[in-house]
Design a protein around this ligand. Structure first.
Ligand SMILES: Nc1ncnc2c1ncn2[C@@H]1O[C@H](COP(=O)(O)OP(=O)(O)OP(=O)(O)O)[C@@H](O)[C@H]1O
Length: 296
């Protein structure tokens, strides 16, 4: 049986950007995700991992205050989540959540990210320079006047990232951010994530991509309708925890893990992208696979 880490063991002495105590989130019926306990410090990234339908997007929506807390507690930037914390959170949804036929330019998408900071009499033009810089940061300067729906999937993903970045959030929520990104843009997203961490931004990254998790995340949360484990990534991504979350392991992974012993942390590939956090008990015989294969 996997254990939950109490929040006191997570994060640092700094007050957490996010904290949960036995939180449960609901769309109105039985909770879609329950038993969430943990915390995330500013400047840290948490990989949110679980099979399809396990509650990853639900947690992101819960952090945004878009769905109800059925029980327990959630603190966002030291406050119980309320609309005032909303503008300090950047959210990059899955591409499938956005209607590509909506008639808006790429620049218009990024401008949406500053609306929350504007008073009714102010025009987004006062943020022109900031919007230009953000478009450049995600390599979309040339596409600024293009209609959003005409971009490739990877370009749309970067436009949504720019929309989230432009407001200088303290927390960034990324839902499957690598979907549709080619290798160069994948690399530049990793660099942006590292830069945000260095600026003190806390990131929650829902992902099936274990390479991404290992490359930039100190913390991980494994979910499947409830939290299975939360804490330092090397402790959370253990074989027993992954078996519990996914109902098993990919064949190749299970065989190789057996060589490393029960409870060995599961990593996919070496942190080729300058991984920030090699696990303390790194297993040299760990498998090379992606969790994609284990998806429910
Ligand atoms: N708007 C909604 N109303 C009611 N139930 C919902 C709603 N959105 C999601 N759910 C339910 O909540 C549960 C968790 O879904 P969620 O989208 O959080 O999973 P996920 O882990 O993000 O999945 P995926 O990896 O496929 O994106 C599922 O059972 C889903 O059917």
């Amino acid at each position: 049986m996997a254990t939950m880490q109490p929040p006191a063991q997570l994060g640092t002495a700094t007050s957490p950007a996010l904290a949960w105590q036995n939180a449960a989130f609901t769309y109105g019926g039985p909770p879609a995700l329950r038993e969430v306990t943990g915390s995330l410090a500013p400047g840290e990234a948490l990989a949110l991992i679980g099979p399809n339908g396990s509650g990853k997007t639900t947690l992101l929506r819960g952090i945004l205050g878009l769905i109800e807390l059925a029980e327990g507690e959630q603190h966002v930037l030291g406050q119980k989540a309320n609309p005032k914390t909303g503008s300090q959170i950047g959210y990059v949804p899955q591409l499938t959540d956005i209607d590509p036929t909506f008639p808006i330019t790429v620049r218009g998408v990024v401008e949406m990210g500053v609306y929350q900071q504007l008073s009714w009499w102010q025009s987004p033009r006062r943020y022109r320079q900031k919007i230009d810089q953000t478009l450049a940061r995600v390599s979309l300067t040339e596409k600024a006047r293009w209609r959003y729906g005409t971009l490739s999937g990877g370009q749309q993903q970067r436009a949504l990232l720019a929309r989230a970045l432009v407001g200088d959030p303290k927390i960034m929520l990324l839902d499957e951010p690598f979907n549709g990104l080619d290798q160069p843009h994948r690399q530049s997203l990793l660099e942006i994530i590292r830069a945000l961490k260095a600026e003190g931004v806390a990131l929650v990254i829902s992902t099936h991509d274990m390479d991404l998790a290992w490359a930039v995340c100190e913390q991980a949360m494994l979910v499947n309708g409830r939290q299975i484990a939360c804490g330092p990534i090397a402790q959370v991504l253990s074989e027993p925890n992954l078996r519990e979350a996914f109902g098993g392991l990919p064949d190749q992974g299970a065989a190789k893990l057996a060589e490393g012993g029960d409870g060995a942390p599961v990593r996919t590939t070496a942190p080729t992208e300058g991984g920030d956090h090699a696990p303390a008990s790194e297993n040299p015989q760990s498998p090379t696979h992606t969790l994609e294969a284990a998806r429910g």
